[in-house]
Ligand binder design. Structure first.
Ligand code: PLP
Length: 451
């Protein structure tokens, strides 16, 4: 299937390889009108770099995960080998399970922390609440919602997939219609990717819940919040979400390696009768161990120290401020896109993502070339267009541990890389409006004296 994970990996693997080889040549100028010398060609053979050294400064990572890791978090993870059976671990881990509720917007949900990634979180959510052959309803509007559908099908669920344009989100009117038609209540779960990281679209989970309530439908609500939870507003309790999933390398600003779930009482009840086979991600094994502050396997202790530090940073900032910061950084980035005269892939303003911005490039320009230039010339990583939108868009991630000046650097790099790739924009046309927006909206850091 064209959209399977392998296809996506194929793109990024060759990109990485070429980048690692220092793919710099001068032929791009002949391929793209207006492109300057010393840009990376998308098709020419890889030429050896004329110099080789570790770039000075820092690597600028602005993909929508993995994201920048705060210095305090990095240091917190530098620990010697530790034994999770020693007495310190139990209160330490129990407190993390409790405190991680903050990012989900819940005061009471059961949380689970697994070594794994967001994909593992998907599997855990499905396996523990559903039985083979159960009907689930979901939307496909990007590569991640596609991959979740693929998993649902491979797990033997009967999947009703609503196809939507890549750039749109869940249409609540359509949802209402489908639920109304389901008079026998065969749909056991509505599964939604909250923030589609392929397209920069955030669907409205609050409205989805209202629609389910209005239709008096008992289905579970399973939400992939991998690139939203921890950065964007998420109201697990208020929206009565049943399973919400995130991954450590996104807004939690940690290395990849943990998936974190919040689970409602209703989902825990469903879990008692759900028949899907499960082993590693079985909730019951965790529930048997959690009261003693333990886990049924060897935990990734450095990542748990990192998670502790990350939660402390988020709570000292104040989670409402974290959400506001994400909005401010996104608005500045959108001001830059507007200044460039380019368009977002996201179709409706209400769905604009505060986690990342996905930018459509003009006809005749290959967006992969912009991403390659950014990496090869400016040591900047920005996101490629995935699958159906490969070559058509690039992505700037602004979720997680970022501030205005960091995102300004990403916009500057993207601006230069676009000009290198032949996009007809004036230097400063994007970063100027972004800076103006941030200069007007940023406030004094509470621990610093105002000038
Ligand atoms: C929205 C979304 N869901 C799921 C995933 C899969 O997560 P992971 O790569 O951690 O398995 C990603 C990864 O980028 C994502 O962005």
């Amino acid at each position: 299937m064209a959209l399977r994970r392998g296809a996506e990996l194929g793109v990024s693997r060759s990109l990485l390889l070429r980048s690692a080889l220092g793919a710099v040549d001068s032929s791009a100028a002949t391929q793209v009108p207006g492109a300057s010398l010393r840009t990376v060609s998308s098709s020419a053979p890889v030429a050896a770099a004329d110099y080789s050294y570790e770039p000075p400064g820092s690597s600028h990572c602005f993909v929508p995960g993995p994201v920048n890791i705060h210095e305090k978090t990095r240091r917190a993870m530098m620990v010697p080998g530790q034994n999770h059976r020693d007495p310190w671990f139990s209160p330490f881990f129990s407190k993390i399970l409790e405190d991680v509720r903050m990012i989900f917007g819940t005061s009471q949900a059961q949380t689970f922390i697994y070594p794994g990634t967001g994909t593992g979180g998907w599997e855990s959510g499905l396996q523990n609440t559903l039985s083979p052959g159960d009907k689930v309803l979901t939307w496909r509007y990007g590569q991640f919602s596609h991959l979740w559908v693929d998993m649902m099908e491979r797990l033997g669920l009967e999947v009703q997939v609503e196809e939507a344009a890549w750039g749109s989100g869940v249409d609540e009117a359509k949802l209402a219609e489908i639920l109304k038609a389901d008079t026998e209540k065969k749909i056991k779960a509505v599964c939604v990717v909250h923030n589609e990281t392929t397209t920069g679209v955030t669907s409205d989970i609050g409205k989805i819940r209202e629609t389910m309530d209005a239709g008096d439908h008992p289905a579970l609500l399973l939400v992939d919040g991998v690139s939203s939870i921890g950065g964007l507003d998420f109201q697990f309790d208020k929206w009565r979400v049943d399973v919400a999933i995130t991954g450590s390398q996104k807004a939690l600003s940690l290395p990849t390696g943990l998936t974190v779930l919040a689970v409602s009482d209703k989902a825990l009840e469903a879990h008692k009768t759900a028949q899907m086979p499960r082993v590693y991600y079985a909730w019951q094994d965790m529930l048997n161990n959690y009261p003693a502050g333990q886990v049924p396997y060897t935990p990734i202790i450095p990542l748990l120290h990192g998670l502790r530090a990350s939660l402390d940073l988020l709570s000292s900032e104040g989670f409402e401020n974290v959400v506001k910061r994400h909005h401010r950084l996104a608005e500045g980035t959108r001001a830059a896109v507007n200044g460039w005269g380019l368009k977002l892939l996201c179709e409706e303003p209400r769905w604009r993502s505060d986690s990342l911005t996905v930018i459509k490039v003009p006809e005749g320009i290959d967006s992969a070339l912009i991403v390659k230039n950014a990496y090869a010339k400016y040591n900047l990583s920005i996101g490629v267009g995935l699958s159906k939108v490969a070559g058509k868009v690039f992505r700037i991630g602004h979720l997680g541990n970022n501030d205005e000046i960091m995102i300004a650097s990403a916009i500057c790099g993207a601006e230069m890389a676009m000009i290198d790739a032949g996009v007809d924009i004036t230097p400063g046309s994007g970063i100027g409006p972004a800076l103006k927006y941030w200069q007007e909206t940023s406030s004094v850091i509470p621990t610093r004296a105002a000038p």
